[in-house]
Design a protein around this ligand. Sequence first.
Ligand code: GLN
Length: 193
Amino acid sequence: MNNTVGVLALQGAYQKHVESLSSLGVGSRLIRRASELNGCCALILPGGESTTISLLLQKNDLYSPIKTFAENHPVLGVCAGMILMASDVDDERVTPLGLLPFRASRNFYGRQMHSFSADVTLDFDDRPFNAPFIRAPGIEKLSPEITRLATLNNNAVMIGMGDHIALSFHPELTDDTRIHAYWLNRFERAMYY
Ligand code: GLN
């Protein structure tokens, strides 16, 4: 089976995802135009600046190809990538893709503190995950079909529905590959633990 994972590479922290995938033995391809999605089994939307990524998605005609791709391929969205996966965003400069029914609140954690690391409680693993939060968005108005997968102070910081996962923090900036492995396992069945 083809297991090349596409990593959207318009702006932001995409290279680190390539390294996380590579340390799990998974190949990847940087995505800058729609044709590059052909042959990918899944897609990562990285962190960065959601207003900028939103503009670049429009400029590169990627909105509708990514929406179509996401109908039958898994998507992992991190931080700005999570904002883009939402159905609603508290900033009209961002046009979200609407892949998951929730509202993203930009800079939810950034208002309190620019960036910090915290132990996040995972619902799928006993050990906490030491997670970097960088001007991190909040997850609000979760629709009931979404599963909460991790929390910080009882706030959801990682959610999933089907094969799609969105998270507020940056697992690719750590050596801990459990988040990427969990997502890959969800659609490839226990290959990466
Ligand atoms: N808060 C940023 C935004 O709105 C995201 C920050 C990040 O991706 N680290 O785009």
